[in-house]
Design a protein around this ligand. Structure first.
Ligand code: LLP
Length: 457
């Protein structure tokens, strides 16, 4: 019997794309080759070269709609899902997010500009960061973008800037709720030992401090407990903790109208992953906020959440071309591709696992063909897959890696002066460029040779 790539046979969950490994439009053409968004991947690579990032529009829109729909269904008050643009920031992503009526979370002037340029209304953008510069804060204030205050220094700067503008400023504060979750150490943020946010034990002092400012008006609370989380319990606990903080703030005369519960819902990178659906996640957090408000006779605040990965990750794939093979008898066979840690730093940073298949022969695998897929960078750790079974393949064949829409392009680098891949959007058989391929010459653009070195030749 032929061995099969089982993840490609899984039933697609159209409503909650984070529960699939592949984009919802993935199919195998009559020629037996992989296609996404109605486009043959082999043809796309012929036209646009590799490595290539591809985003599937329908998967993206289904994910946005799942958050909106679930909030409308489970949360009786006003709500706004906000896309965490650090997951994948571009003018295109901003435009798509705006067209779906979501807000956007930015953490730098660059992400803010991208959001504005993409058409996200300023009142739907929030500005985060544990070390915002004065220039960035002023940019946000001038553009009437809501700032989420992260620490004392941030507050000091905002106070001074609001005084200098002599105008009131609505702020939210970020705090660490002291919730532990099971995820990689680097992407946990809700425990007490985190660089982000005020410690929960410090909030009463903070509320008093804000009361004594002339122009700062505390309107919202924010907490984000971590990323790639599969449990629902932490978010169930979070609602009650945040509502209790609203009550504490009230004692100092602050009228909290918004609760932002952060992001964090995980996605299915491999068959071992089993994340809850977007619907279940929103239901859990909504129920916990509603229950705690009822218990304390509080009006429901506006509920905001900040999904990043679960909006964009499953919509994204990366295509590589196979180059060199190196067999070390009795140990392993390295198969090298034309990208690696510069377009996907997650395996080397977090030991992340992905699923992949051959574009020209997606279904079949041969368990005797175990490969280590290596990137092309000068770094032994530049390995995308430690061990993967693939059908027989050769130099020039294409590999598709799934689940690369989040934190790949946005965390990419030019290590070894390797240009970033192009990114395409696919939908209904059409492919359009959303990010041009960098060229080696582009990478020299910011290099400057001091005059005396020019003269020296
Ligand atoms: N809100 C805040 C304040 C955040 O810090 C983050 C992620 C999010 C929302 C979105 O979380 P998500 O829904 O994507 O889990 N580079 C890492 C992930 C870092 C997450 C940083 N903060 C990775 O590649 O896994």
């Amino acid at each position: 019997m032929k061995e099969r790539n089982s993840f490609l046979k899984q039933e697609i969950d159209y409503k909650s794309p984070n529960r699939n490994i592949v984009p919802v439009t993935t199919s195998i053409g009559n020629d037996g080759k992989l296609s996404v968004g109605g486009c043959s991947i082999e043809e796309l690579v012929k036209k646009y070269d590799s490595p290539l990032y591809i985003l599937d529009e329908i998967t993206l829109r289904n994910s946005c709609r799942a958050y909106k729909k679930a909030l409308e269904k489970y949360y009786p008050g006003k709500s706004l899902p906000i896309y965490a643009s650090k997951a994948n920031s571009s003018i295109f992503m901003s435009r798509l997010i705006a067209s779906e009526g979501l807000g956007l979370d930015a953490v730098s002037e660059g992400e803010l500009l991208t959001a504005i340029k993409g058409g996200v209304p300023n009142q739907n953008i929030v500005f985060h960061g544990n070390n915002k510069s004065d220039k960035e804060i002023e940019f946000a204030v001038r553009n009437k973008i809501e700032v989420i205050v992260d620490n004392d220094y941030d507050l000091e700067r905002l106070e001074e800037i609001s005084n200098s503008f002599n105008s009131d400023l609505e702020i939210m504060i970020r705090f660490t709720p002291g919730i532990e979750c099971h995820t990689h150490e680097y992407i946990k943020t809700g425990s007490f030992d985190s660089k982000f946010g005020f410690g929960i034990e410090y909030l009463n002092i903070l509320f008093d401090r804000i009361s004594n400012t002339k122009h700062l008006k505390l309107k919202g609370l924010h907490a984000h407990i971590g990323s790639q989380i599969f449990e629902l319990e932490p978010h169930n606990d979070l609602g009650e903790i945040m509502v209790n903080v609203i009550l504490d703030a009230k004692k100092f005369g602050h009228d909290i109208q918004k609760l932002n519960v952060g992001g964090g819902l995980g996605i299915k990178y491999t068959e071992n992953d089993d994340p809850p659906s977007i619907d279940e996640w929103v239901k859990t957090i909504s129920a916990s906020v509603v229950k705690a408000c009822k218990k304390n006779n509080l009006d429901l605040p506006i509920l905001m959440c900040e999904p990043g990965r679960s909006i964009v990750s499953t919509a994204g794939i990366t295509i590589y071309k196979i180059g060199a093979f190196k067999e070390i008898p009795g140990i392993r066979t390295y198969l090298s591709v034309d990208g690696g840690m510069s377009d996907n730093p997650r395996p080397i940073t977090y030991q992340s696992n992905y699923s992949a298949c051959l574009v020209q022969n997606p279904f079949n695998i041969n368990s005797r063909n175990k490969y280590t897929i290596a990137g092309k960078h000068c770094e032994s750790g530049d390995v995308l897959f430690k061990e993967i079974e693939l059908a027989n393949c050769k130099t020039g064949d294409l590999i598709c890696v799934f689940g690369t829409g989040a934190y790949n392009n946005s965390m990419s680098s030019n290590y070894n002066r390797i240009p970033r891949p192009a990114a395409l959007l696919v939908c209904n058989g059409e492919a359009e460029i959303i990010q041009k391929r960098e060229r080696p010459l582009d990478l020299l653009k910011y290099d400057v040779l001091p005059d005396r070195f020019i003269k020296q030749n």
